[in-house]
Design a protein around this ligand. Sequence first.
Ligand SMILES: *Cc1c(COP(=O)(O)O)cnc(C)c1O
Length: 504
Amino acid sequence: MEFQTIVERLRAGQDPKFPANANSLEYAATLSSQDPLKHLKEEFILPTKGSLRKKGLSGTAAPANASHTSSSNGTSSSLSHGDDDDEKSSIYFVGNSLGAQPKAVRRYLDAQLETWASIGVGGHFTTWENSPLVAWQDMSADCARKSVDLVGAASADEIVMMNTITANLHLMMASFYKPTEKRHKIILEWKPFPSDFYAIESQIQWHGLDPAKSMVQIQPDGSNNDDESFLISTETILAAIDEHADETALLLLPGVQYYSGQLFDMARITKYAQEKGIPYVGWDLAHAAGNVELRLHDWNVDFAVWCTYKYINAGPGSIAGAFVHERHGTVERDPDAIHGFRHRHRLAGWYGEDKSVRFDMANRFQPTPGAGGFQVSNPSAVDLASLSAALSVFEKTRMRELRSKSLALTAYAQHLLDDIGSATPTPPFRIITPRDPAQRGCQLSVLLRPGLLEQVGEALQEGGVVCDQRKPDVIRVAPVPLYCDFVDVYNFMSILGRAIATTS
Ligand SMILES: *Cc1c(COP(=O)(O)O)cnc(C)c1O
């Protein structure tokens, strides 16, 4: 089996050895047919070329079984408003920004609405028969349980679903950034996502400190020479740790960098920083959760945060996640501690209280042991229903399987990009994501030659491609293994190749 061999080679760090006919629809279709996860695409509603042009509601979601290979099965003419092309699925390569809609979401939301309408406040404590949902009170914990494999927690107790990623970053820093006169720095990277930058900067100011003195931004390796590199090697990160360890209170990096798509060696960096005496290491997993394999517990990560609308597909602005290592979540009886319990300090709210006392209204904060004790508010059941539906798709597989497919898909995308790149005398673009599959997730960031972006963007849109453009010249191509396949990659590259050939 070709698919399996490619995965095994990539897993072993070898060249996948695509054959001479790799740049053909036949070859892409062969790989797709051998893909053990190909059925998962059926779990999603992808926009169609026609639906992408809609300007208002029409009472239907995009046709669920639209296909990009055959335009119509002859019986679905009632769906057709224009030409058959409109019914074809788009090539949805933007799951790094907003994941596609799982079909389960509608069913879970319907269940939620029916529960609320039928029994009102009773939904907090009642788990219905034949409902995909548990009682509202238990939904956050249920979603945590479904997320254990995604982030590599020891158990659901290390995970809490709450708020949004930026709010969680603030809450985690409130507990884990404890600057002193000598130890006040936060080490971060040169180009953090703006929200992370603002959160870090404002936390430092909140403590009355000066960001210019307390923020350490690790620069990419290439910044010292003419090579305009966006990558930061592990060695560079370890050197920054060496330089600042004694004054550093927190190391906070992204698992996968959103712009370059670089995947950092979280295990090694975490261990090194802790050995050098940096008290806490946190990770922003916005682009890593649901994308790459994570082992947060085994890596001894102190805390992590992630959002669920990118690779986890829970919908725009959906409820986010946080990981707190079990050693920080202990709650012990101690008569000398306030309210009789000793636990890590945090900014608290009533939903962090142990369920056994939450409704006593006694104002004696006794947190739930584990990450759940960091929850502050009653979470939105609508949000959790949507997340629960999205996670039900992940429950049909394992992150290891998804990652295997992802390694092959992205390696195939890179192979075809190399073909396009070598077809013209001057290279039309440069891939700024690491070429080593172990140092990236599914995303490839393609830096176009200046001036190409607009025409390439138009051609992609015309071809029914949804992908992300970052000014000035980067397109981010994310073939997500849950709902993209090798034929999508092939079709995408054909469109891109033609666009570049006509503009060069
Ligand atoms: C997407 C993303 C965010 C978004 O923050 P919200 O609080 O969900 O709006 C933050 N940080 C990173 C690194 C991201 O990729």
